[in-house]
Write a protein that binds this ligand. Structure first.
Ligand code: RIB
Ligand code: CA
Length: 303
């Protein structure tokens, strides 16, 4: 079994915890740490939600608190898509007594330590604003050679959800995205062009209900509320792009990020016509096998 040592950097967020769930359900992954960043909700809630999910799954990985605001831009107002608690207003579906412990070290310190002590390159799945990753690469460039790849849920090609042309994670911290895309680290990007196809139907929700275990009962409750607003389960795509690239369509492209204020803030420009004559800096994913996605999500609660 190929082992992918993995660090998840996220802003849970309903689809973030489905990403954690999918990583946990796949034996190919060895989850080393889960780091929070502010995004869908504020840092205290994303951190608490990461601890709740790690506790629900009984993960023995480190949970560490990350950045409370973007590098330059003002923090965005809380989105309603994930509810005021970040869990579709269903955080009460989790029991606080299973709360995973929180590292005394910051997310950046934890990730630097894990990377520098590892004797093999480590994958990072980034499913929130890229603030932690950008600060890590800027303050500790020595870690770059220890990263196998950063698999990102973010951006898109001529599409947006925060603005008509900018996706939420990049819109929230465009300078962070710019730093990551100009870091030279191997990148994979699942933008909205892919993730808006990553949806579930009532068929899958009913199949998940049938397992009727603590995890399935909790997850179904949360997804059902979330799906009513934003049916796309964006973040697990960044996990599956690592283990199952054959279930996607992708091309290696040159990508840049717009850091100007306004409607194009955080927009990801993919040079599909190669008129910049630049070497590709990112594997851009374009399509996903929807049946594979749906089956994987259903099976992720059959634990
Ligand atoms: O645009 C969708 C992304 O923004 C997802 O990662 C969602 O969780 C939010 O972080
Ligand atoms: Ca997210």
């Amino acid at each position: 079994m190929i082992k992918y040592p993995l660090i998840i950097d996220c802003d849970p967020g309903v689809d973030d915890i489905i990403a954690i769930l999918v990583a946990h359900s796949k034996p190919e992954f060895d989850i080393k740490a889960i780091c929070s960043v502010s995004g869908n909700v504020g840092i205290d809630l994303t951190t608490h939600n990461a601890r709740l999910m790690a506790g629900l799954l009984g993960l023995d990985c480190i949970v560490a608190k990350g950045a409370e605001k973007p590098i330059i831009k003002k923090a965005q107002p809380v989105t309603v898509v994930h509810g005021l608690d970040g869990f579709g207003n269903c955080a009460n579906a989790f029991s606080d007594d299973k709360l995973s412990k929180l590292s005394d070290l910051s997310a950046i310190e934890v990730v630097r330590e894990i990377l520098m002590e590892s004797n093999e390159p480590i994958y990072i799945a980034a499913t929130g604003p890229l603030t932690n990753i950008a600060l890590l690469l800027s303050t500790h460039p020595e870690v770059k050679s220890k990263i196998a790849a950063i698999s990102i849920m973010g951006g898109g090609i001529n599409i947006g959800n925060a603005t008509p042309c900018s996706e939420f994670n990049y819109f929230t911290d465009p300078e962070a995205a710019y730093i990551v895309f100009n870091s030279g680290v191997k990148l994979m990007m699942c933008g909205l062009n892919v993730t808006l196809k990553a949806t579930l139907t009532d068929i899958e929700l009913n199949e998940m209900r049938k397992f009727h275990n603590t995890i399935s009962d909790t997850i179904v409750k949360i997804i059902s509320t979330y799906a009513a607003n934003d049916a796309a389960i964006h973040d697990p795509c960044a996990i599956l792009a690592i283990t199952n690239p054959e279930m996607f369509e992708y091309k290696d492209q040159y990508v840049q990020i717009d850091i100007r204020d306004g409607i194009t803030q955080g927009m990801s420009y993919v040079d599909e016509v190669h008129n910049l004559n630049k070497e590709p800096n990112c594997r851009v994913f374009y399509d996903i096998d929807r049946e594979f996605f749906r089956k994987t999500i259903v099976q992720s609660v059959n634990i």
